[in-house]
Structures are given as C-alpha cells and as structure tokens.
Design a protein around this ligand. Structure first.
Ligand code: NAD
Length: 276
C-alpha cells in the first residue's frame, strides 16, 4: 500500500495512517471497518470501551487479509487498571477481536488519582513478553506520567496516543516523545470535525493544493511525523482520508497551520480525568 510505515522502538513497524473506530456501533463496525480495509487501511484503532471489538474482529476475519499485513490496536479501559484485572481484560479483548495477538496494546488513560498505571503496565510487560501484544504503550500520558513509568518499569512505551490536531499541536509532548524514542500517535486528528475543517486558513490551503481540508490536516500530521487514525463512517471520506500521499505542504503552509494552535483540548485533561 501507499501508506508508509513507522518503526517503533522495538523494531515493530506500524502504518503511519490508520482507521479509528470510536463511536462506531458494534454492528456498524463490521461494515465500516470492512470499507476501510477495502480502501487500503491496514491499521485499526479500537478500545475495549468502544464496545466494537467484536464487530471489528469480524470485519478483519471476513477481509481475508493475512494477519501479518494487519496492525490492530486496542486499549485497556480505566475500570480494569491493576495487575490481575488487566490480564483478564486483555484476554477478553483478544477473545472479542478473535485474535491470537494484538499489534499494540495501550493503557487508555493514566488516571493519576488512582495511582495504578505502573502496576497496570507491569501486566502489559507480561503480555508483551508472551508475544500476545507485539508492542505496548500508553495513551493520554503527560510527560510526567511517562517519566515515572519509565523510571519504574523496563519496556519503554512504543507509542503515546494523545489528542493532537492543529489547534492542539502538543509541541512539548512531541519533543519529549522524540527524546525517548516514543512514537506520537494523534487522536482526533481532524479535531472531531468540529469546526477545524471549516477554518478559513485551512480552506485556503485546501484550494491551493486542490485537496480537501481534511487532507490538508492529515498531511500536516504526517509531515510532523505523527501516526494518525482519522475516523469516518462515510465511504467517500474513508477513501479521501487515506488519499494523502500525493502532495506535500511547504514550509509556508506549515507555518500557517502552526498559527492555529490555541492549546485548546476537545477531550478531558489527562492530569485530572479519573472516570472509570
Ligand atoms: P477525528 O478527528 O478523526 O474526526 C472524525 C470526525 O470528523 C468524523 O466523525 C466526521 O464528523 C469528520 N470527518 C472525518 N473525515 C472527514 C472528511 N474527510 N471531511 C469532513 N469531515 C470529516 O475524530 P475521532 O474519531 O475523535 O478520532 C479518531 C480516532 O482516535 C478515534 O476513532 C479513536 O480511534 C481515537 N481516539 C482515541 C482517544 C483516546 O483517548 N485514546 C480519544 C478519542 C479518539
């Protein structure tokens, strides 16, 4: 496929562009993930809390695509943090997906107030040692959480999946990840389609390149070195969002997009989010 791969810190390769399935119903996931696979996506980002691991797994199986050409990510939900509960939750996710291994397993949120992420990650290290996750990592971790985790465990997280789009460019986290050889994966890369794609500066860049606003934003991520996982249930948009390898933003375009950074989150603040 035309999607380039990124090599994680343990040598595993991950497509730089994948398909996110948050807010896709389990029944709908079979069709939607099938459409994404048909369009050329090979990386799928789900989570236990999305409730669609089963539908996702069925679509993967029905596709007939060899397992080693797929990259499947799922995430441990907050309520299951803790050593034994993590091992049980992982088994349940694998069973729902109908897989023998996942490519990437992530701690969904750090929940600093619960203080369980180190213990949780030790269970992740076991799962990794058994080869049942080819890589392990985290999501929504701030640099301070990563520092503590790396100080107390031995496998450096391969990935930190964080909210990231032109209005929240996460320069500090990206620099921290780069120093520690952790790949930055952008969630809500299109800003959830809430306003960002109507921004006039982005519309202007889209016109300049003969592309759509979503394609300009995805191109920005790729040129920053991020892994991206845009979501859509609309076949034309699913196709549009992977057709981003035939043009390039120049320095001036990147500077224009850099000016959109307001530091505003769409999602919760990982420092305080503690919903389980
Ligand atoms: P996104 O930024 O991918 O935006 C998706 C929305 O943008 C769509 O629902 C649609 O309304 C619109 N859209 C998509 N393609 C478009 C196009 N080509 N043109 C116009 N509008 C378009 O939002 P997301 O779903 O929040 O994020 C992507 C993925 O990131 C999720 O599906 C999930 O896998 C992951 N995620 C992870 C976390 C986390 O805590 N780790 C949180 C949120 C999302």
């Amino acid at each position: 496929s035309k999607v380039p791969s990124i090599t994680l810190n343990n040598g595993v390769t991950m497509p730089q562009l994948g398909f996110g399935v948050w807010q896709v119903e389990n029944d709908e996931a079979f069709t939607t993930v099938g459409q994404a696979l048909d369009a050329g996506y090979r990386s799928i980002d789900t989570a236990a809390i999305y409730g669609n691991e089963e539908g996702t797994g069925k679509a993967l199986a029905a596709s007939g695509i060899p397992r080693d050409e797929l990259f499947v990510t799922t995430k441990l939900w907050n309520a299951e943090q803790g050593h034994d509960s993590t091992l049980r939750a992982f088994d349940a996710s694998l069973a729902k997906l109908g897989l023998e291994y996942v490519d990437l397993y992530l701690i969904h949120w750090p929940l600093p107030s619960k203080d369980l992420y180190v213990e949780t990650y030790r269970a992740f290290e076991k799962i990794y040692a058994e080869g049942r996750a080819k890589a392990i990592g985290v999501s929504n971790f701030l640099p301070g959480h990563l520092e503590r985790l790396m100080g107390e465990t031995s496998v450096v997280p391969a990935v930190n999946q964080i909210e990231l789009h032109p209005q929240l460019s996460q320069a500090e986290s990206r620099a921290f990840h780069a120093r520690h050889n952790i790949v930055t994966e952008a969630w809500s890369p299109l800003g959830q389609g809430r306003g960002l794609l109507e921004n006039p500066a982005i519309a202007e860049l889209a016109a300049k390149h003969g592309r759509t606003p979503a394609q300009v934003v995805l191109r920005w991520h790729l040129q920053l070195g991020n892994v991206v996982i845009p979501k859509s249930v609309t076949p034309s948009r699913i196709a549009e969002n992977i057709d981003v390898f035939g043009f390039e933003l120049d320095d001036e375009d990147l500077a224009t997009l850099a000016r959109l950074d307001t530091g505003t989150r769409l999602g919760p603040d990982p420092a305080t989010f503690d919903v389980a």
